[in-house]
Design a protein around this ligand. Structure first.
Ligand code: B4P
Length: 193
């Protein structure tokens, strides 16, 4: 099994590149952002709770997110592997993911960190906000999301770096250019399906 974490600040292209990776390598995509947005649009109790945090640019509490991921992994026992997109976002989430995978006799194979300058992140997300209708794609919420990334999420990279699993990639090329860099790293583990 090949398990990839796509890591990076908000707007670095995790969701965009996950689509390319799924098409080429046939991995199962787990995006906590997408899962949370589905709950919000269904107005489930979890979604109503999550929205309070998302609209302020804050991370949703760990226990909510970890519970969602565990169920998703269990739903796909025959997967070739998983792409974790936007998860883990805290050290606690990283430790929980490691335990969940260990329980299934597998582990994280690779962490690809998309490095993008902050001015470009803001530009991309403000741009997306003009059409996405996402309440968190406004300039003041984007600024808070980036702040939250630096205070709680950036340290997750150190956690995997200590195991020799982290690779940093330049994420401000165009979409195809960035995908080429990503493929070169995945190809060291797994051939396109
Ligand atoms: P996410 O849905 O994960 O969103 P993201 O980090 O903003 O986006 P991503 O990096 O995927 O960027 P994208 O490809 O879309 O999180 C949203 C919120 O959910 C969080 O703030 C938090 O509240 C909550 N949440 C999610 N996971 C959580 C967790 N684990 N724990 C707690 N809370 C959690 O790209 C952005 C834009 O850039 C797009 O418009 C795209 O077209 C453009 N773009 C991408 N690549 C480009 C390129 N190379 N060149 C030009 N434009 C590009």
């Amino acid at each position: 099994m090949f398990n990839l974490i796509l890591f990076g600040p908000p707007g670095s292209g995790k969701g965009t590149q996950s689509e390319n990776i799924v098409k080429t390598y046939k991995l199962q995509h787990i995006s906590t952002g997408d899962l949370l947005r589905e709950e919000v649009s269904r107005q489930s109790p979890l979604g109503i709770e999550a929205r309070k945090y998302m609209d302020q640019g804050l991370l949703v509490p760990d226990e909510v997110v970890i519970g969602m991921i565990s169920g998703k992994i269990d739903d796909m026992p025959d997967a070739r592997g998983f792409i974790f997109d936007g998860f883990p976002r805290t050290k606690e989430q990283a430790e929980s993911l490691d335990k969940l995978l260990e329980f299934k006799d597998t582990s994280i194979s690779l962490v690809l960190s998309l490095e993008v300058p902050e001015t470009e992140l803001v530009k991309r997300l403000v741009n997306r906000g003009q059409t996405s209708g996402r309440s968190d794609d406004t300039e003041d919420v984007i600024t808070k999301r980036i702040k939250e990334y630096h205070s709680k999420t950036a340290i997750v990279a150190n956690h995997y770096d200590a195991f020799g699993k982290l690779v940093k990639l330049k994420g401000d090329n165009d979409i195809q250019g960035t995908f080429k860099l990503i493929s070169q790293e995945i190809d060291k583990f797994l051939q396109p399906a």
